[in-house]
Write a protein that binds this ligand. Structure first.
Ligand code: ATP
Ligand code: MG
Length: 367
């Protein structure tokens, strides 16, 4: 490993307090509150138009909100211009100078800050080593691949040792394989530098892979924030369950402290919500187990139906099942070892859902 002098010895926490941003009558950010811990990798995940870029631009200082406060550590930066905020920024389109050399691009933020020439050379070399472009300093940007350009953009964002790093869909232009490699590289870079990082993506897998925590945004509001596993396993609304991973919903009624699917009382590990009335059971296809005929499925919540269709998808198959009462469920079965219980269209099928995997959300999209 290369000895690298670049460090973020003093990364800072971020406090976003009641930030509202309007474009005319349209509210792009609606009283957003968000705390990012020092050194944390936090991802803003949300559908197109949900306000992710707007929030990032508010943090960078390119957009001035109507109200609210942004603190970097103790410092209120709400009114500070971008160049006084000490944040590194990676834009979606790289925003590199195409005819300048790699080294020239990376040196740019240092020149803006009037860093002495010898120091510039050293820091540029270090930053390029860090993103594994040590040998390409003299190349022109238009002679680089997409992944290499992305790394130049990263080097440029960290070369002046910012205390906060903001990235807006930095990998979206790359093909799947390169994107997955770069995800690991960005993550490793974050581990080494420990920079407080706010990362924007609309790719849920990327968010789950890379983040310490994920904040899911929709309609200019943070709808749920948590560690990737909590967001996936414990969605607290229909929107989150639908947006992240594959979910199917069965109507349940909450009554007398229990959840009822028709006349069946669901076996649950955690008590169901205390509200009464119509709710939804969230069932992810991979949480269901297909039970052999002899297996009574003791302790599991059982679903019986008829196999409608089996769709082979490579590493797994999706089995579509019709339940009684016109409801449908699909169950995902790994291709390997999947022959234990054969399934064929038209055949009866029994599936089990463990009490630990029961998730119940209100019926409205956003409660
Ligand atoms: N300058 C502007 N004037 C008017 N409306 C704007 C302006 N900039 C953004 N918006 C609107 O604000 C909303 C949020 O935009 P933003 O760019 O933050 O979304 P996003 O979550 O980054 O989406 P995407 O995933 O497509 O990049 C969108 O509905 C957008 O149309
Ligand atoms: Mg955007």
């Amino acid at each position: 490993m290369v000895a690298v002098g670049l460090q973020a010895t003093a990364s800072l926490p971020i406090s976003i307090r009641s930030i509202t941003k309007r474009y005319g009558a349209f509210t792009a950010l609606d009283a957003v509150d968000l705390e990012v811990d020092s050194g944390e990798f936090l991802t803003l995940l949300g559908p197109s138009g949900s306000g992710k870029t707007t929030l990032l631009m508010v943090l960078a200082g390119f957009i001035r909100p109507e109200s609210g406060t942004v603190l970097f550590g103790e410092r209120d930066v709400s009114l500070a211009p971008p160049h006084k905020r000490d944040v590194g920024m990676v834009f979606q389109n790289y925003a590199l100078f195409p005819h300048m050399s790699v080294a020239g691009n990376v040196a740019y933020p240092l020149k803006l800050r009037s860093i002495p020439k010898a120091e510039v050379g050293r820091r540029v070399r270090e930053a390029l080593e860090l993103v594994q472009l040590g040998t390409l300093g003299e190349r022109r940007i238009d002679q680089l691949s997409g992944g290499q350009r992305q790394r130049v953009a990263l080097a440029r964002a960290i070369v002046f040792e910012p205390r906060i790093l903001l990235m807006d869909e930095p990998l979206s232009a790359l093909d799947k394989k390169l994107r997955e490699e770069m995800q690991i590289e960005v993550r490793n870079l974050h581990r080494r530098l420990g920079l407080t990082t706010v990362y924007v993506t609309h790719d849920q897998r990327e968010a789950l892979t890379m983040s310490d925590r994920v904040a899911v945004i929709d309609g200019g509001r943070v709808r749920q924030i948590g560690r990737p596993r909590d967001i996936y396993e414990r969605p607290d609304s229909r929107f989150i369950a639908e947006f992240i991973g594959e979910s199917q919903f069965l109507p349940v009624v909450l009554r007398d402290g229990a959840a009822w699917l028709d006349s069946h009382r669901l076996a649950v590990e955690r008590p169901p919500p205390t509200a009464q009335g119509a709710h939804l059971l969230v069932v992810r296809p991979e949480k269901l187990t297909v039970l052999p005929a002899a297996d009574s499925g003791h302790g599991l919540n059982l679903f019986e139906g008829t196999v409608k269709e089996v769709v082979y998808q490579g590493e797994s198959s999706l089995v579509y099942v019709s339940l009684a009462g016109g409801l449908e469920l699909s169950v995902r079965r790994p291709s390997r070892g999947a022959d234990a219980v054969p399934v064929a269209p038209g055949a009866p099928i029994r599936m089990g859902l463990a009490p630990a995997d029961v998730v119940i959300v209100p019926a409205e999209l956003h409660p």
